[in-house]
Design a protein around this ligand. Structure first.
Ligand SMILES: Cc1cc2nc3c(=O)[nH]c(=O)nc-3n(C[C@H](O)[C@H](O)[C@H](O)COP(=O)(O)O)c2cc1C
Length: 406
């Protein structure tokens, strides 16, 4: 929890959140920051805020005290996005201060009324709107629907060239050293890459076409700094984060990394025995790979690996005429998040009828995943040497295809 000055009259207020599941669902091994910003002209605006969980709004208010800003002097609440991780604090804020006005998109206004009532004056803004705060501070807006809710917009402060981007260009992780990218070496930033990938794939990925549209819109601005609602502020690497987000969005179209994710589950070890042989092969192949077992691994971790991997290996047995259930659940989530365009191979054990493959085909079709499958392989009971060899040959085919397409 701290404040950081970003230039004359512009402050970052940031609160670290740890040990929770984001959206009640996504694991965050390194936590997340909730970033809020104050722009002070003759009038004071706060851009986005924090969640409403116990103690968090109070932390934000303490940061106001540290900056010696009277909370009652806030005239505008600029709400780029009404999701409660940025807006939950408003309920507590309204208990302290009522004479403020709200700035958001038309969809944001509907959401504001649904969450916080109809007491406030709401200024609905669009791409041509401007709010002059005085003392040289002017706010402009870029509507970016579905990055990540339909209400989303970005706010641009003209004099500083800072783009307040809320969910766009965000990441998971908390930061001891500094909240601005300048303080980190490329190697240190690289160490955070998985937190960018995790945030992107878990939270934003399903909206990738909208992300690409938003990035196009940003190209018309003279951006000096990108200040998101989560994670680092991008200064030196503002172009890099735009490129990174473009690349992550394009992962959905099959333009992913030369990587393989091996996702597997097994009840009694029959499928597992072959998984071990496949892992050995991947180790020797010098291709980057991830291995995740279901149900032990969280959906968030799985999705993070799947999103950036061009190749996917699915290994699971038949269970009650269908797929091993945790694999079906994970695949449904992967499909709903629109991790499209993978090259994939599936194998697994069955006892008498099989059925896993049928359900996999159904999920693949239902969610229009567009994966390109190498011929699947099933074996009855324990795999014989020839079964293992067959699976390994198919893995070779997959590796070749992944390399060809990289
Ligand atoms: C609860 C349960 C349900 C099963 N249902 C089926 C089934 O519907 N059809 C089938 O062919 N085999 C079925 N099997 C057999 C397994 O697919 C088979 O034992 C397989 O070898 C398990 O592989 P694993 O050790 O990797 O889990 C079932 C096994 C269990 C324990």
């Amino acid at each position: 929890m701290k404040t950081v000055n970003l230039g004359q009259g512009i402050e970052q207020l940031t609160v670290d959140i740890k040990d929770i599941l984001f959206e009640g669902l996504w694991e965050m091994p390194k936590g997340v920051t909730l970033n809020s910003y104050i722009v002070k002209g003759d009038e004071i605006a706060i851009i986005d805020g924090v969640c409403g969980w116990e103690g968090v709004p109070e932390d934000l208010f303490k940061l106001f005290d540290q900056l010696d800003i009277d909370i009652k002097k806030v005239k505008y609440l600029v709400l780029n996005h009404l999701e409660p991780d940025h807006s939950g604090w408003i309920t507590e804020f309204k208990k302290m201060h009522t004479d403020f006005e709200v700035i958001c998109t038309d969809k944001g206004a509907e959401l504001y009324k649904a969450f916080f009532g109809e007491d406030e004056v709401i200024h609905v803004v669009n791409d041509t709107s401007e709010i002059n705060l005085g003392a040289g501070k002017v706010l402009k807006f870029l509507t970016t629907p579905h990055v990540h809710w339909p209400d989303a917009m970005l706010t641009y402060e003209v004099s500083s060239g800072i783009l307040f981007s809320c969910d766009a260009f965000g990441m998971f992780g908390t930061f001891e050293q500094s909240t601005i990218d300048d303080a980190y070496t490329d190697l240190e930033i690289k160490a955070y890459q998985r937190e960018i990938n995790r945030y992107y794939s878990n939270i934003i990925g399903a909206f990738s076409p909208f992300v690409l549209k938003a990035i196009e819109k940003c190209k018309g601005l003279d951006i000096k700094m990108i200040a998101p609602g989560h994670g680092l502020i991008w200064h030196q690497r503002k172009d890099w984060i735009l490129e990174t987000y473009t690349h992550l969005a394009n992962n959905q179209k099959g333009d992913a990394e030369e990587e393989i994710t091996l996702l597997w589950g097994s009840m009694y070890g029959m499928t597992e025995e072959v998984v071990m042989a496949v892992e050995e092969k991947l180790k020797k192949s010098e291709i980057k790979y991830y291995v995740h077992r279901v149900p032990e691994t969280s959906w968030g971790e799985i999705l993070t690996s799947v999103w950036t991997s061009k190749g996917i290996i699915l290994a699971m047995p038949t269970y009650e005429y269908k797929m091993f259930p945790p694999m079906a659940a994970a695949l449904e989530e992967i499909g709903k998040k629109k991790a499209h365009g993978k090259i994939a191979f599936r194998f697994g054990s069955y006892g008498w009828s099989g059925g896993a493959q049928k359900e996999l085909d159904e999920i693949h079709e239902k969610l229009r995943m567009g994966w390109n499958f190498v011929a699947p392989y099933e074996f009855k009971g324990r795999a014989k040497q020839e079964d293992i060899e067959h699976v390994l040959r198919q893995v070779d085919v997959l590796i070749e295809k992944v390399k060809e397409n990289s």
